[in-house]
Structure formats: C-alpha cells, structure tokens
Design a protein around this ligand. Sequence first.
Ligand code: PNW
Length: 491
Amino acid sequence: CHAATVKHERRFPDDFIFGCATAAYQIEGAWNEDGKGENIWDYMTHNNPTVIVDQSNGDVAADSYHNVERDVEMMRELGLDAYRFSLSWSRILPTGFANEVNQAGINYYNNLINEMLKYNIQPLVTLYHWDLPQRLQELGGFANPLIADWFEDYARVVFENFGDRVKLWITFNEPREICYEGYGSNTKAPILNATGVGTYLCAKHLVIAHAKAYYLYNNEFKASQGGECGITISVNWFGPLTDSEEDEFAAELRRQAEWGLYAEPIFSAEGGFPKELAARVAEKSAQQGYPWSRMPEFTEEEKNFVRGASDFFGVNHYTGLLISATEHMQQHPVPSLLDDIGVGSYVPPEWLQSASPWLTLSPNSIYNALTHLARKYNNPVFYITENGWSNTPSTGLQDDDRISYYRASFESMLNTLEAGVNLKGYMTWSLMDNFEWLLGYTELFGLYEVDFNSPERTRTPRKSAFVYKEMLRTRTIDYSYEPQSLVMTID
Ligand code: PNW
C-alpha cells in the first residue's frame, strides 16, 4: 500500500504537566541556618566524610536557600507547568518532633511557593526525600514502627502550613532507596548495612507511615484543600533476558524485590507484600536458622489500612536491565535481598552509557514499565516524578547525550499515552546540578549547570535546557531543532 500517508505528528495533550524536580538536601545548603536541625546526611557527611567519593557534602550545595528568585526564574525560562521540590523535615521541625515548629523554615518554603504561584508554576511537594532528623535516626528511624506516628505529626504541620496552595503531595521519595540502600546495604544514609533484614523491616513501617499521612490528608484536609496525595516509587524496567519461563520468573522476582515490595501493599487489590518474594524469603530464612521470616507480615488490619491508600502512583524512572535466572559470578552477602532472589542481570553494550554506572538508555523502558504497572494495578493515575541523565563535570554545557535521552523518553511516553495509560505529567531530574549523594559533585544531572566554585553558585543553562524548553512549548519532539545560541530568555 502506498497511499500518501501524512504521518500524524504525535503530541502531548495540553493539560499534560511538564516540570523539573529537585530535593532539599541536594540543593538547599544552609544546613545549620535559621534554626534548622541536623539530619542524617548532615550527620553522616560531617562525621564520616570519606563515604562521599569527593568528600563533599550538602552544607552549601546549590545554595537554593538563598536563591529563591533565581530558581523560579529558571522555571520561567524553561516554561515549566510545575516544579517538584522536597521539604526538609529538620528545617521545619528541628528536633524531628512536632513540639517545636521553626518559623524561619516555614517562611522559606512559603516564599518559594508564593514566588512560583506568581508565575502559574504548580508546586508538587515531597515530604520526605531521604533527610531524616538525626534524633529520629538515633531512635531507630524506619526500623522503629513509631516512625508512622512521627511522620503523621510532621505531615499535619506541613498540610496546615502549605495545603492552601499545594495541591499535589508526595509522602515519600523512593522507598527502595530509603530501605534497601539505607538499611539493607551501605549506599545511602544511615548506611546501616543490616542486609537481608533492614530492607524488609523498613518497607513495612514505611508503607504504614505513608498510609497514615494519606488518611490524615484524606480525612482532615482534602475536603477544604482539594488536593491529592500519593507516593513516588523508583520503577526501572526489569525484563527477561530470554523468553524462557525461568528468565521470566527471575525478572518477576527482581521486580518484586525492587519495587513490588512497596507498590504491592499500596496499589494491589489484595494488599501485603508480593507473594513469590515473601515465599522465597520465608524459605531462605528457615534454611538459615531464623525462627521467623526476615520479611515481616502485615496483620489483616494493617493490610487493609495500607491497601488503596494513594490518589496516584508517582514513578521515578531512569533505566532498564535484562534479567536471567542464572547468576554470573555475582557475590552477595548472606542474608541479603539480592541473595534472596539470586538472579543475574545484563546490560547490552550498545545501550548509551551515562556518567553513572547504573544508568544507560534502555529502549522504550518507560513504556515497558508503565504499561506493566497499569495492567497490574488497574490503571491508576501516574506521574513520572523523575527521569534524567548524568554527565561528568567536564561535559560542560554541550550535553548531547542528555538530549538524546530526553527525546527517547518523550517517544516512550507518547507510546505509553497511546496505549491508554493514565499518565498525567513528567518531571526531569533535575532542574540544576546538585549533590548526588555518595557521588558528591562528580555526577551531574542538571538542565542548568551550577558553578560549585563560585560563592554565587551561578546557574547556566545547558544545551538540553533549550531543547527541553522547545519540547514543552511545542508539546512534541523535533529532532532537527538546534538552539541558535545558548542565551536564555523568558518568553
Ligand atoms: C533518584 N536506580 O535516585 C533520587 O530520587 C535522586 O535524589 C537522585 O539524585 C537521582 O535519582 C539520580 O541518582 C535513584 O538504581 C536511585 O535506577 C537509584 C536509581 C534511580 C534513581
């Protein structure tokens, strides 16, 4: 057939929300100013500086605490519909408890929100992006079930102070990184490294804490404030290496261990932890001589409380891996989550590699992940709350790989929308370069470069900022678009 087919240009709907994301500890600085209390990243970077590759910290970071106007100016330059940022718990409640509210901290976020709203930029606010007040960590942090009550108290202060203007709330950013990396291994604060035990304990307490904040909002604030409350989970795509049954089951186990642990209790119809994974951990625990499964159970009451407790599913999506039933020379501590599942992973060498070893451009992985989730969890509302690409400091402003990555993400999102998935918005990680956790300032994700050597922390748009701006303006992908100069304006 050679009928003259005009290829229909694929566009995003006008009400699709485009934005950028950041997180408090990674950009704010002002770590001890105006009454802010110490959090676990302050504590760890100050007392154990060698855990950060360049021995840096977030004491000043991008100094966003003193740059509200410039930060909002960048959002205006890009033409963002929304901006996702997080609140620092210990800036608002210095002790972690709600006995004392730090008005200077409230003022900072009020100024930011009000400045954004002047220009019609919608705030998408995360209550917790990894910076637990240090005192609460000393009391066990997410290993203590009381975290649910402490978090609820904090959430109340937040909803009371900002809920008149903030309509999209995210309780937790990435339970996997909080629980697995922070408690079950040693790659995020508080580097507890309680392998095989800490992850599962934290997972249970965290989803209950999430549900408490959700019902607090739902029962006491929603009617008057009219917003929505959800959670953000990191969902990379784990597909089978071959179409064998063994590889498919291995991929399913890996998905359950990576994000099912947090998504299943909240978004599945039955609630509770993923079944195959729970059975595997129970079996291994028994073999290893534990009198109980290392994966705790939910009571029926807890299961029903958590099940359905979210207005939307926030997804941080970066990459994909191919999973096989056979492990190739991978060594894991016993017990540990990776030993529990015992699967192999593979990255095809032709996938474009970023500055971060874990991050490659995995073809159509947004589509693969979201269509899978939509099928599994009855098509909830989704927001992609992070998606991004890293470069090294030497890349400077000519970040062509990031442009390729964002164009591929847009293609994959259009495929996702055409498949009928209820995807409503997309935030890039990140608006600007920032403190990349244990990698310090060695891996950078910004559309804007930040000069960490200048006291002003000067922000300069990269080439990708111009391309993202054009994609937002036209709501489509133009592969031939080349910015004429790297001079930014507000249109
Ligand atoms: C996110 N993975 O974490 C975080 O929310 C950000 O704070 C962080 O700066 C950003 O990604 C870049 O790392 C992730 O294994 C951690 O695919 C791990 C993964 C993805 C995101």
